[in-house]
Design a protein around this ligand. Structure first.
Ligand code: ATP
Ligand code: ATP
Ligand code: CA
Length: 218
């Protein structure tokens, strides 16, 4: 059975979620208060509907309660975002992902019981900063305030050595969770695995340990 989602708010953020979910084979009901936005997604989404999601009866008549996961991508209008989240919680939507505009908005959404809160501009800013700062860090995914997953591409220094020779966990405090090598991916590599030039190491650890590791070895 196809996975089903509702995306509320068809700005650049919500809109790209709709397109990507469809691309990945999911069913998506796309909702916006602005008819021109809904028109844009009429041929893309499984269903595209004009509605004001701060109106509980409108949400109920759309059968929102039958969906497993709703994504609220209303940004600038914080009041609409909060009201929508509150109503969706009351209706009893099992899973709610909400875009926050700032730290206060995020705190409020947490208190309302949103399951997952995202701040795309901030998160992307962090990723871009890490990418431009290092030639070897390809991607950076924040897990918490202090911990991340990073993709580090291997060149000169460590190529040809094994994980155990480099004694990575003991020496740098980070874990290699996977190694991408051309088309294949090794999950939980063995300690005696030799690291090759061009490998992409997927590591998990504290931000400072990841940066120290990258600085010392690359
Ligand atoms: P972007 O992702 O482009 O940066 P944004 O975060 O700036 O978007 P907005 O443009 O403020 O967010 O809102 C996204 C969409 O949410 C808009 O298309 C807007 O019409 C829609 N929206 C705002 N209020 C409501 C509402 N009450 N009900 C449904 N949709 C709404
Ligand atoms: P530890 O005492 O750190 O738990 P271990 O008993 O699991 O290590 P091995 O698996 O043989 O011993 O690994 C020896 C060393 O190699 C580890 O201490 C660590 O420094 C490094 N190592 C092994 N696997 C990884 C990994 N996936 N990521 C980072 N370092 C690793
Ligand atoms: Ca915006």
């Amino acid at each position: 059975m196809k996975k089903e989602f509702v995306v509320i708010g068809l700005g650049r953020f919500g809109g790209s979620i709709v397109s990507e979910l469809i691309e990945l084979g999911a069913n998506v009901m796309a909702i916006d208060i602005t008819p021109s936005k809904v028109d844009e997604y009429a041929d893309i989404a499984t269903q595209a509907v004009v509605a004001d999601t701060t109106d509980e009866s409108a949400l109920l008549s759309l059968g929102i309660r039958n969906f497993q996961h709703v994504i609220v991508a209303i940004g600038e209008n914080i009041q609409a975002s909060i009201l929508t989240t509150l109503i969706l919680k009351e209706i009893g939507v099992p899973k709610l992902t909400v875009k926050a505009q700032n730290e206060y908005h995020k705190k409020l959404l947490e208190k309302l019981g949103a399951d997952h809160i995202v701040r795309p501009e901030r998160d992307m800013g962090i990723r871009v900063a890490n990418n431009v700062l290092s030639n070897n860090i390809l991607d950076y995914l924040e897990l918490s305030e202090e911990h991340s997953i990073a993709e580090i591409i291997v060149d000169g220094k460590v190529a040809g050595r094994t994980i155990i020779e480099l004694n990575i966990r003991a020496k740098y405090g980070i874990n290699i969770v996977a190694i991408k090598r051309q088309e294949s991916i090794m999950i939980s590599p063995q300690a005696d695995e030799e690291i090759l030039e061009g490998d992409v190491l997927i590591v998990i650890g504290s931000d400072s340990d990841i940066h120290n590791f990258e600085k010392k070895l690359f």
